[in-house]
Design a protein. Structure first.
Ligand code: SF4
Length: 217
C-alpha cells in the first residue's frame, strides 16, 4: 500500500474512532493552556489536571501568577515531574508576559518558543489549540506510531513532523494530533507486543517491523 493511501485510511479510521477531540488539559484561557502544556512534560495529563485547579485559583492569568512566590508555585505543583524547574519557568514566563506582552501570550511560534520552558512541541499545542493555527506537535506517542505505521523513518521528531505534514492534509493536522494521541493511549502499550492484533498496525506496519517486534518479545 502506498504511503498516501495508508495515510488516508488511518485518517478515516481515527475519525471514526475519535469524532470528537476534547482538549485533554483543563484550562479557561490561553495562558492557562500554555501553563498546563508546559507542565505536561514528563507527567501525565491526568496528573496535570489534578494540580491545575489550585494553581489556577491562585494564578488564573499572567498578572496574578507573576505575583506568586516560586516556592508557592512549586508547592502547588509538587506532584508533577520536574516541579522545581517548572515552577521557576512558570514564574519567569508570567513576569515576561506582564512586562513584554501586556499579560497576553504571544500568538507566534517565535514568541512562544522564546519563553522559558516552552519548546517547539509546547508552542505547537498552544498555536493549534489556542489560536487554531495548523500545527503538528510531535509527542512520543506520535513519533513512535508514525514510525510503526511506516509514515516516517522516525530518526527524530523534526523529521517525523515534516513527514506527517507532507502526507496529511493541513486542515486535518490539529485534530489528527489529538486523535493519534488518544489512539496511542488507548491501544499502544509502551512495551513490545503483538502488532498483528492491532486495528491499525495489523495492516499498516511493515512486515520487517512486525518481525522485529515479534522477535524481541
Ligand atoms: S500495534 Fe497497535 S497498539 Fe501497538 S503500537 Fe501499533 S498501533 Fe499501537
Amino acid at each position: 500500500m502506498k504511503r498516501s493511501e495508508k495515510a488516508a485510511k488511518i485518517l478515516q479510521m481515527l475519525e471514526e474512532f475519535y469524532p470528537e477531540t476534547p482538549p485533554p488539559l483543563d484550562h479557561d484561557n490561553s495562558f492557562q493552556l500554555l501553563i498546563a502544556v508546559l507542565m505536561s512534560a514528563q507527567t501525565t495529563d491526568k496528573k496535570v489536571n489534578q494540580v491545575t485547579p489550585e494553581l489556577f485559583r491562585h494564578g488564573p492569568d499572567a498578572t496574578r501568577m507573576a505575583t506568586l512566590e516560586v516556592s508557592h508555585i512549586q508547592e502547588m505543583i509538587r506532584e508533577v515531574g520536574l516541579a522545581p524547574t517548572k515552577a521557576k519557568n512558570i514564574s519567569k514566563l508570567s513576569k515576561i508576559l506582564v512586562e513584554s506582552y501586556e499579560g497576553e501570550i504571544p500568538d507566534t511560534f517565535e514568541g512562544l518558543e522564546s519563553l522559558p520552558g516552552v519548546g517547539h512541541k509546547t508552542a505547537g499545542v498552544v498555536m493549534a489549540q489556542a489560536f487554531g493555527v495548523p500545527a503538528f506537535p510531535i509527542d512520543t506517542h506520535i513519533h513512535r506510531l508514525a514510525a510503526r505505521w511506516g509514515l516516517s523513518n522516525g530518526t527524530n521528531v523534526v523529521k517525523t513532523e515534516k513527514d506527517l505534514k507532507a502526507i496529511f492534509p493541513k486542515e486535518s493536522w490539529n485534530k489528527l494530533h489529538l486523535q493519534i494521541i488518544f489512539f496511542g493511549r488507548e491501544y499502544c502499550p509502551a512495551r513490545n507486543h503483538d502488532l498483528t492484533q492491532c486495528p491499525i498496525c495489523s495492516w499498516a506496519a511493515t512486515k520487517k517491523r512486525i518481525k522485529q517486534e515479534m522477535g524481541s518479545r
